[in-house]
Design a binder for this molecule. Structure first.
Ligand SMILES: C[S@@+](CC[C@H](N)C(=O)[O-])C[C@H]1O[C@@H](n2cnc3c(N)ncnc32)[C@H](O)[C@@H]1O
Length: 275
């Protein structure tokens, strides 16, 4: 199953495609700031603002080592390191995402703080009790065996460490409009209800500090993206998720707002502690 998920995300010539987009947006790929990448490297609902709002709810200290589990292109890894001065390590299944994350991090001058590793969060290469916090942002919907993933995250967190969840979960209605960013076909979408996810977290030992239902904010975000898409000719914006997801990305504003409006999906933000 992991190979199907990897095939969904792995993108040939990704850095060349992003560079062409940056040049078309009149940005020098060798002199970029993390904000120049925000239209491309934030592969989740709400973009960099959502990551900042989430992280602002805890105090991330400069001596923390944060794990970005399923880091994609490393957008949130770079954002956290840049904002809080912490070290961040990102792990992702897709080699092309990790290669691209490394190049973009080098170019943004954050390579001393941010490192990346190709691999699965179901079997991570680190010893126990390594990280002060783990960010799990829009990844669990691709993972069938959630207990195994959460057990592994729990293992690498230090005692007292925090799991930050920013995840799409199952709504009350079934029937997902596709494609969505995490799946072009139903066989790689493993949405679970929040109650199921919370029970899995509790079973591996996490203690829930706080959960916020951010569904309304998520729905508004996609409705705005849809309104923009409706008045903009496809392919006219040089930077956007189409650089990563190709033609499918043109459908996301419509399928994602429909899924939120139909209550097929919800957006949750949660903080859990390893005692
Ligand atoms: C929707 S993207 C989100 C990426 C990133 N967290 C972000 O918000 O920008 C989901 C990511 O999860 C990764 N992924 C899926 N299953 C994984 C696994 N078992 N281990 C590591 N990464 C995985 C995918 O390769 C993809 O980069």
């Amino acid at each position: 199953m992991e190979s199907s998920v990897q095939a969904h995300y792995d993108t040939p010539n990704l850095i060349q495609t992003i560079d062409a987009g940056l040049l078309a947006a009149e940005k020098d790929p060798d002199r970029i700031h993390i904000s120049d990448l925000a239209m491309v490297d934030q592969l989740h609902t709400g973009g960099s603002r959502a990551t900042m709002d989430l992280a602002a709810r805890i105090t991330i200290l400069p001596d923390w080592h944060v794990l970005d589990a399923g880091c994609g292109l490393g957008g949130s890894s770079r954002l956290l390191a840049h904002t809080f001065g912490c070290r961040v390590t990102g792990i992702d299944l897709s080699p092309s995402f990790i290669d691209t994350a490394q190049i973009l991090t080098q170019r943004t001058g954050l390579f001393q703080k941010v490192a990346f590793q190709t691999g699965s969060i179901l079997d991570m290469p680190w010893d126990d009790d390594q990280f002060s916090a783990v960010l799990c942002q829009h990844i669990l919907m691709n993972i069938e065996n959630k207990p195994a993933a959460l057990k592994e995250i729990f293992r690498v967190l230090k005692p007292g460490g925090i799991l930050m969840l920013h995840e799409i979960v199952l709504g009350e209605n079934t029937g997902l409009a596709l494609p969505v960013p995490w799946a072009d076909a139903a066989d790689i979408s493993f949405l679970a209800a929040w109650e199921t996810l919370a029970a899995c977290c509790s079973d591996v030992g996490f203690v829930l500090d706080e959960m916020t239902d951010a569904t309304k904010t998520g729905c508004r975000y996609w409705q705005k993206v849809r309104a923009f898409a409706e008045k903009t000719a496809p392919g006219t914006r040089p930077l956007g998720p189409h650089l990563v997801f190709g033609e499918n990305a043109l459908s996301f504003p419509f399928t994602m707002s429909e899924n939120f409006e139909n209550n097929s999906i919800r957006l949750i933000e949660a903080f859990l502690k390893k005692p």
